[in-house]
Design a binder for this molecule. Structure first.
Ligand code: NAD
Ligand code: TDX
Length: 334
């Protein structure tokens, strides 16, 4: 591969993937195509070599813009999405537009151009909650919030282009991802940055013991790279972190690392339809040679340190659009 289009590459995982690809593949050129929604941020790409990287601002639901940008690319890797569950509960229009129509548009564009690979980055949330054991790729989907339902819709429309038209589509389903440059609406950066400021950590009451499986962002990027190059078209690959933790365990670790005490924890009304536990089996991706490498305790420690050392990155975010969202989502949490 000489040229890859990365849609949503100015977001959290997409920008880590761009950095990873450029570091690993010296002859590669990347075209990042991103709408720059509230979650898109060119600061996330500040370290990439401009000689090997082109940025285009655009919407994946805009056919002409996608066709123009994808022309001559050997692959499209899609990270573009509305990605936050709580926002999808407040209103899901954009979720359907980007996560379903946008993906349909990418499939149509790849079909028109004869693009050699279309990789859709998806999520373990499409399987829904599981009390014990882990979901494999053949299990039925049971998305339980508008975000994950829209992601499942995108997966299905994409895979239908493989069955119907032979389009070489691959799907990855990763677990909860953490690391530097994550928009501070997600639980880890929200709790770390609030703790730094001695602000309350709004833990969903009733969900304190809900379980998420944590995957370090560079491990996630490596997994996507592995599936892109070695995966079989038409197939789905789970990318599990192998680090299942209760939300209260993560919260306490953040407090320990920031040197704050439990008085900062504020139990707030639970997320409607809050999925209790996510767990996926990644045997299939392991068979391709991928395994996550980051130890959870070390990964969380490094990540907390990164937010402590990079206030320049998150302070301007938290003083912008974020404030209105925070007030709407949490009211006045004191
Ligand atoms: P993010 O919200 O940080 O970034 C999303 C990016 O997509 C932003 O740069 C945004 O500007 C861009 N975007 C949104 N709508 C667009 C559109 N219509 N056209 C072009 N660009 C658009 O998200 P993230 O956490 O980096 O997640 C990336 C992908 O990985 C998503 O598809 C998400 O569903 C999936 N995923 C995320 C996690 C996680 O824990 N964060 C876990 C598994 C899977
Ligand atoms: O303020 C909060 N309080 C709280 O208790 C927030 C934001 C979250 N939580 C809980 C809810 C979840 O059990 O923490 C857990 C993680 O929440 P999020 O960070 O919102 O992630 P989640 O809903 O698990 O979804 C994430 O993983 C799968 C990503 O946001 C998705 O994009 C990805 O698909």
């Amino acid at each position: 591969m000489k040229k890859i289009m990365v849609t949503g590459g100015a977001g959290f995982i997409g920008s880590a993937f761009v950095r990873w690809e450029l570091a690993q593949h010296p002859d590669l050129h990347i075209v990042t195509f991103d709408k720059l929604t509230y979650a898109g941020n060119l600061d996330n790409l500040k370290d990439v070599d401009p000689a090997r990287h082109t940025f285009i601002q655009g919407d994946i639901a805009d056919r002409e813009a996608v066709l123009a940008a994808a022309e001559g690319c050997d692959a499209i890797v899609n990270f573009a999405a509305e990605s936050h569950v709580d926002r999808s509960i407040l209103g899901a229009d954009e979720f359907l537009e980007t996560n379903v129509r946008g993906v349909y548009n990418l499939a149509e564009s790849a079909k028109t151009l004869g693009t050699a690979r279309l990789l859709l980055v998806s999520t373990d949330e499409v399987y829904g909650s599981i009390e014990s054991g882990s979901f494999s790729e053949t299990d039925r989907l049971n998305p339980r919030n508008p975000y994950s339902a829209a992601k499942a819709g995108g997966d299905m429309i994409g895979l239908s282009y493989f069955s119907t038209f032979g389009l070489p589509v691959l799907v990855t389903r990763g677990s909860n991802t953490y690391g530097p440059y994550q928009y501070p609406e997600k639980v880890l950066p929200l709790f770390v940055t609030n703790a730094v400021d001695d602000e309350p950590l709004p833990l969903y009451q009733g969900g304190e013991h809900n379980v998420r499986d944590w995957l370090y962002v560079d491990d996630h990027a490596r997994g996507i790279d592995c599936v892109l190059r070695l995966g079989t078209p038409g197939e789905i690959y789970n990318l599990a972190g192998g680090n299942e933790r209760e939300n209260i365990t993560l919260t306490r670790r953040i407090l320990e690392l920031t040197g704050k005490d439990e008085s900062l924890i504020k139990l707030v009304p639970d997320r409607p339809g809050h999925d209790r536990r996510y767990s996926i089996d990644a045997t299939k991706a392991h068979a391709l040679g991928w395994k996550p490498e980051m130890d959870w305790n070390e990964g969380v420690a490094q990540t907390v340190r990164w937010y402590q050392d990079n206030e320049w990155w998150w302070r301007k975010i938290k003083s912008g659009e974020f404030r209105a969202y925070y007030a709407r989502q949490y009211g006045t949490v004191k």
